[in-house]
Design a protein around this ligand. Structure first.
Ligand code: BYC
Length: 319
């Protein structure tokens, strides 16, 4: 046992990856399942706010882009649930925990998408925040998670750019379109800052996760990085970020920003955000509607595995 523990500690210290068959402390496994499941749930629930605009996107081009983006998010959920399964978690159980409110998903997806500009702002700010948070996770100590994050981050970069391009097009349009973009920025800015989690002084998991190299930076470090990269982008777009205290601090080499309303994050995480109930109700209905697909797939797998099963490629299903 001491040998196994020492091997784990050496793996972490030498920046190598922990792999599914390696011994790991129970706390490490539980932390990874918690974070990966929460991340997977966020991708799947995150399909809803933008998905509501697929039928209302203004042109065929915008519709195709949005469809592809939402489909990418389903794919991210799939990679992440698969990564959680390498730790012994069961996807059906994780889904059940989400539906019962025993596991979380990102607070950001509990806000409504009121106008089409919200689709652009989600791409620019929400995916932008996700990239700041997730690029360091490509170096996370758990191998399957770190590798999944590489592809996810590449796709998130495309998502962020499509959001920015959408907003740039609207900002070059009419005064009403510019006002729509500014309204969306006003509504999403503070929730985007909350995505990074509670301040370091009240983040119970950060110290342990940093020691295990699951997290590479603290919540506040990543939040600051996001503010610093976003301010110049806002200037180029021609929008105002809704924070009168936002200014460059030459001494720190960073932007100062105003206080965040942490009671709002607490309320939204606790189920009291504007769309929490709706998001879970839609997810539950989709899960129930999909029961026949899971049953058919299970029956098919059993047929293939049983006596006389083809053991083939499964192409006969698609045919
Ligand atoms: N919302 O000790 P802390 C996306 C929870 S998907 C809800 O700092 P940790 C996208 C936290 O879980 C974006 N809960 O925790 C998809 C903990 O509670 P538990 C999702 C939050 O884990 C579709 C408690 O508060 N990204 O980008 O060290 C379309 C204390 O926090 C939140 C990820 O999941 C929150 N905002 O750090 C477009 C990234 N913040 O679990 C875009 C992976 C905190 O102990 N996750 N909590 O009950 C992480 O990097 C980390 O888990 C966090 C939190 C930085 C989020």
């Amino acid at each position: 046992m001491a040998d196994l523990e020492e091997h784990f500690e050496r793996t972490i210290a030498s920046d190598r990856r922990v792999e599914p068959r390696d011994w790991m402390p129970d706390g490490y496994r539980a932390t990874m399942v918690r974070q990966i499941a929460q991340h997977a749930h966020s991708e799947i629930i995150g399909m809803q706010p933008e998905g509501e605009w697929i039928t209302r996107a203004p042109t065929l081009r915008r519709k195709a882009i949005l469809l592809a983006k939402v489909q990418d998010e389903a794919g991210h959920g799939l990679y992440l649930y698969s990564a959680a399964e390498t730790l012994g978690a069961d996807r059906a159980e994780l889904t059940e925990m989400l539906l019962q409110g025993r596991q979380k998903y990102s607070s950001i997806f509990n806000y409504p998408t009121r106008t089409y500009a919200d689709v652009g702002v989600i791409g620019w700010l929400v995916d932008g925040a996700a990239i700041c948070n997730q690029v360091p996770l490509c170096r996370s100590s758990y191998g399957p998670y770190a590798r999944a994050m590489i592809r996810i981050c590449k796709e998130e970069s495309f998502h962020q750019r499509q959001g920015y391009e959408l907003l740039a097009a609207m900002m070059a349009g009419t005064a009403a379109q510019r006002a729509m973009v500014q309204g969306a920025v006003d509504r999403w800015w503070w929730p985007a800052l909350m995505m990074f989690g509670p301040p370091d002084t009240s983040s119970p998991n950060t110290a342990r996760s940093m020691a295990w190299k699951i997290k590479r930076h603290t919540n506040d470090e990543l939040r600051q990085r996001f503010v610093d990269v976003t301010v110049p982008q806002a200037r180029v777009l021609g929008v105002t970020l809704p924070d009168p205290e936002l200014r460059w601090n030459a001494e720190r080499g960073h932007h100062d920003f105003g206080p965040i309303d942490w009671s709002e994050l607490k309320r939204v995480i606790g189920g009291g955000g504007p769309c929490n109930e709706r998001r879970i109700a839609v997810r539950r209905a989709a899960h129930e509607d999909g029961a026949w697909v899971r049953e058919a797939a299970t029956a098919h797998a059993a047929k293939r595995a049983g006596p006389g099963g083809s053991g083939g490629s499964g192409r006969e299903v698609a045919a």
